[in-house]
Design a binder for this molecule. Structure first.
Ligand code: SF4
Length: 331
């Protein structure tokens, strides 16, 4: 049995708004082994990013209530004192974002930005930290790294800035990287390069990755396991191969069908009818019922539990046995 690096149980996030409490994340649970790449997939507003920011404790302290457990190597991140958390975030836990420009300091040379955590957390000398920054730039595929250290973020292209942010995130050799839509703003070629880079880093150093994406193609290329989120909950989870080839939840099935690659050439792209619900206006029962072609009266009244289906997979759907009995996604 593989030991978990991260074990998340019953994670809930509620925002206190002027209109009352809004439950953005509800009882999210998953676990991640060392060197595993897990995709967290779902439409906008499904709770993917809020869950991960909650795990990194990056949500604003006021007006946000969190509960649950997030054991990282046995320590509960959600209960750690601020100082221990800062240490952990600078070293063993790291996060990268869709837009590197808003997370890199525009008036600081990139070499200093990458070297800073090495100076602060590893007590390295300036010379050692600078050498490590150059080494990290080389690892993320930036050519002639020594001559790039004194350049500023705006002097790099979008794809190169994303690599710089990855280098800064990896400076203290984290064990877990949370990547929030890291390739969404990039063209297809650069996107493929960045995803390949993340996998190389996983292979080289055993880095575990939570990859947030709304793009199933990206998840299919990169991940070992998948958790699908809808309406603030995980509605299906399992190995990538199982979930994407034989989904046990109608929402996963609808996501797969709405990928451009699923449509025959020349046919209109299928979409999921309706809009995902706002967290403040979740439907009763199963949150997917207004859009679900399989919905029955029970779905309107009662939310299905996330229960084990087959082969260690889980689905939150009253009708999963019927989906599981079929051979795969039918167009
Ligand atoms: Fe559809 Fe009902 Fe399953 Fe929800 S519980 S996904 S509405 S069949």
């Amino acid at each position: 049995m593989t030991t978990s690096l991260l074990e998340v149980r019953d994670l809930c996030v509620t925002f206190d708004t002027s209109r009352g409490p809004v439950r953005a994340v509800r009882a999210v649970a998953f676990s991640l082994a060392p060197a595993e790449v897990m995709g967290l997939v779902g439409e906008s507003g499904s709770g993917k990013s809020v869950s991960c920011r909650a795990l990194m404790r990056l949500l604003p302290p006021r007006g946000v209530r969190m509960s649950g457990v997030a054991l990282f190597q046995g320590r509960d991140i959600l209960a750690l004192p601020e100082e221990e958390l800062r240490d952990l975030r600078g070293t063993e836990l790291a996060m990268i974002f869709q837009n590197p420009s808003s997370h890199l300091n525009p008036v600081m040379p990139v070499g200093d930005q990458i070297a800073e955590p090495v100076l602060v957390h590893e007590g390295a000398s300036r010379r050692q930290a600078r050498a490590r920054a150059a080494e990290l730039l080389r690892q993320v595929g930036i050519p002639d790294p020594d001559s790039q250290l004194d350049r500023y973020p705006h002097q790099f292209s979008g794809g190169m800035r994303q690599r710089v942010m990855i280098a800064a995130a990896l400076a203290c050799r984290p064990k877990l990287l949370i990547a929030d839509e890291p390739t969404t703003a990039l063209d297809v070629t650069v996107q493929a390069q960045i995803l390949r880079l993340l996998l190389e880093l996983r292979d080289r150093s055993g880095l575990a990755i939570v990859l947030i994406s709304h793009n199933l193609g990206v998840i299919a290329q990169t991940c070992d396991s998948v958790s699908v989120m809808y309406g603030g909950r995980v509605v299906e989870r399992g190995s990538k191969r199982d979930v994407l080839s034989r989904p046990h939840h109608p929402y996963t099935e609808a996501l797969i069908r709405s990928q451009p690659e699923s449509a025959p050439l020349g046919a209109p792209l299928p979409t999921i009818e309706g809009q995902p619900p706002a967290p403040s206006e979740l439907p009763t029962g199963c949150a997917f019922h207004p859009r679900c072609p399989y919905a029955q009266p029970v779905c309107v009244e009662e939310a299905p539990p996330l229960e084990e289906t087959q082969d260690g997979r889980r689905s939150a759907c009253w009708r999963w046995p019927e989906l599981a009995a079929r051979s795969g996604v039918t167009p």
